[in-house]
Write a protein that binds this ligand. Structure first.
Ligand SMILES: [Zn+2]
Ligand SMILES: [Zn+2]
Length: 249
């Protein structure tokens, strides 16, 4: 049974060992924390990646109008015109774009619209082993506010649907573009985020960066408490249909 809030069988005080599962590829450490003697010695083997690996095709560069130097993406409190990159095109909800060096004149460091390019900066995420049934999960050691960027769902990227235990299969509504991201062999820490239909605290957003091919961003859908497990349910997302359950072991 799923319960909201804390995972009931978890000791946050004890810690036997911690290993950074990102091997330094993230800006912050993503430790796997062993708390019990009978926890696995490490997470299952996979190739840690910070970008999707496109399988059987090359992504196409996108030709579009970006933002100017004076843009709200550099300061959300600015009275400048709204950043065209964050304004969805029709059909609604339409694609959102990140600002890029290819399209935009805003500055990389001050731009607030380059989450996927900058990667997670949350120094609170950790992997823990939950149980034989649930496998591993991703937890936070401190509170996270709503609408916080957690990470990109990364893996082997197919432009057709494919089936696998770790495959996130997505149909973009309106545009009807199908793609699938399989994180079994290649991925990042998001492959350990479990599915929850009853009480998800993350949602998925489709974002385009340099290419026409969409990418998937995970953001918080409500405030998350310290020690809570991160979970998402793509089954109820308007932009998504169908899918298997990533994160299950
Ligand atoms: Zn821009
Ligand atoms: Zn920008």
């Amino acid at each position: 049974m799923e319960k909201s809030g804390k995972s009931e069988n978890h000791e946050f005080s004890d810690e036997l060992e911690r290993q950074d599962i990102s091997h330094g590829y993230e800006r912050v450490q993503i430790p796997f924390i062993r708390v019990r003697e009978d926890d696995p010695m490490s997470v299952p083997e996979f190739k840690y990646a910070t970008e999707n690996e496109y399988k059987g095709f090359k992504p196409e560069e996108m030709d579009r109008e970006g933002c100017k130097e004076d843009c709200t993406c550099q300061s959300p409190s600015s009275t400048a015109p709204p950043c065209p990159c964050t304004t969805p095109l029709s059909p609604s909800p339409g694609p959102f774009f990140e600002c890029t060096a290819l399209h935009c004149l805003c500055h990389f460091t001050t731009c607030t619209n380059r989450s996927l390019q900058k990667g997670t900066s949350l120094n609170a995420l950790q992997i823990r082993y939950i149980s034989r049934e649930k496998g591993f999960g991703v937890f936070t050691s401190s509170e996270i506010p709503t609408n916080t960027f957690i990470g990109e769902y990364i893996g082997e990227y197919h432009n057709t649907s494919s089936i696998g235990q770790y495959t996130l299969k997505i149909t973009e509504s309106g545009i009807l573009q199908q793609f699938a991201i399989d994180s079994q062999k290649v991925g990042n820490f998001t492959r350990f985020i479990n599915h929850s239909r009853l009480d998800p605290n993350l949602k998925l957003e489709i974002v385009r960066v340099f290419h026409i091919q969409p990418r998937v961003m995970l953001i918080t859908s409500r405030p998350i408490e310290a020690k809570e497990e991160l979970r998402f349910d793509y089954g109820t997302q308007e932009a998504f249909e169908d899918g298997s359950l990533p994160g299950l072991q």
